[in-house]
Design a protein around this ligand. Structure first.
Ligand code: SAM
Length: 337
């Protein structure tokens, strides 16, 4: 049965709840140079490159999205900077008509060399994941990372003007729940945004994630006990998952992303394109639309537009963690956070 056409004008796309979908997170690879304990099993096997979208295929699907009103792209992964050609790909994505904002989420390990070329290619801003300022704990969480690489990456990003710098910290009980104070302290002298993310359960690591989750309320109380009261920042954009606060006199902002305890599905404008060519409709639900198969079978642009928009229309309202319904089909690294 034909699905009702969902392209309500040539340049806007909505889901069945009326949410305006204009932000696409594009996973460039499921591979990563780190193995964070909360993100993937240590012995994970990455997909063979031939099974992933090739550069021209990514560009076609971003063009399809842009023709439907997507105006913001975030490059993610896996680790986006390990993809060969990431700079050229960024340049070509930014040049697609309709794409106004290009951002990236990265672990920062390769940014010392890549921040400037990426900025020159058109990257507007960057989110860097760093879960602890203690080198030993950082290595324990990432199972192999060197914190000094990330610091050099942050410095290179500041120098390249990839601002505002946002640092992401996933708070994991028993690993870095006490480190949030040192991270929060960074906002006193730096005009950065440090975002504390609640651990979300996925795939084969979900038992660990459920048992180690730390609520934003607990993280906030810990920060306030050491650094003073946090004041809510005015003007929160309901589409930004991070709820912003500020320490007294601080230059930067502290954000809380409370996906588990205070979901923000109502303001969600996001879709995700996985590295193997599926349109993932909600981070925490397994509903996906296959774009790779029709693309490789030679579907024309209009057909891809219809598949994309019809799929987007079926975006679920949100997750069902409170009913203990967990998305099991993929690890976080295979979705693109
Ligand atoms: N490799 C890049 C990075 O480290 O930022 C991009 C991909 S990573 C999957 C994107 C973000 O998802 C990171 O900030 C990471 O910390 C976060 N993340 C991974 N697993 C998560 C989980 N189970 N719950 C919440 N956030 C998670």
């Amino acid at each position: 049965m034909a699905v009702v056409s969902l392209i309500d004008s040539p340049t806007t796309m909505h889901d069945s709840f009326g949410r305006h979908l204009h932000y696409l997170r594009v996973s460039l690879t499921d591979a990563c140079n780190l193995r964070c304990v909360y993100c993937m099993p240590e012995d994970i096997v990455f997909r063979p490159p031939a099974t992933l979208l090739q550069d021209d295929e990514i560009l076609t699907l971003v063009r399809v999205g842009a023709s439907l009103g997507v105006d913001k792209i975030r490059l993610t992964g896996g680790e986006p900077t390990v993809r060969r050609n990431v700079v050229e790909l960024a340049r070509e994505i930014k040049a697609i008509p309709g794409i106004q904002k290009l951002t990236m989420t990265t672990n920062g390990v390769k940014l010392a060399e890549l921040a400037r070329p990426l900025a020159e290619a058109g990257l507007d801003s960057i989110n860097i994941s760093v879960d602890s300022l203690d080198p030993a704990k950082f290595r324990q969480i990432t199972r192999r990372g060197d914190l000094s690489d990330v610091w050099r990456g942050i410095a290179a990003s500041v120098a390249a003007g990839l601002t505002p710098i946002k640092l992401n910290c996933v708070v994991t009980r028993g690993f870095n729940d006490e480190d949030v104070v040192d991270l929060a302290r960074l906002t006193i002298n730096n005009a950065w945004e440090i975002r504390f993310i609640e651990l979300m359960p996925f795939g084969g690591t979900s038992d660990f994630q459920e048992s180690q989750v730390v609520s934003s309320a607990e993280t906030r109380a810990r920060i306030e006990a050491s650094l003073g009261p946090l004041a809510q920042e005015p003007g929160h954009n309901g589409h930004d998952p991070a709820r912003p606060y500020r320490l007294p006199g601080a230059r930067g902002i502290i954000g809380f992303i409370s996906s588990v305890t205070e979901p923000f599905c109502e303001g969600c404008t996001r879709l995700r394109l996985t590295a193997d060519g599926k349109l993932r409709l909600c981070l925490l639900r397994d509903d996906e639309v296959d774009l790779m198969t029709p693309l490789r079978a030679g579907a024309d642009f209009a057909t891809l537009q219809r598949i994309f928009a019809d799929g987007a229309y079926r975006k679920p309202w949100g997750h069902r963690l409170e009913q203990h319904e967990i998305a099991h089909s993929r690890e976080m690294s295979q979705i693109g956070g």
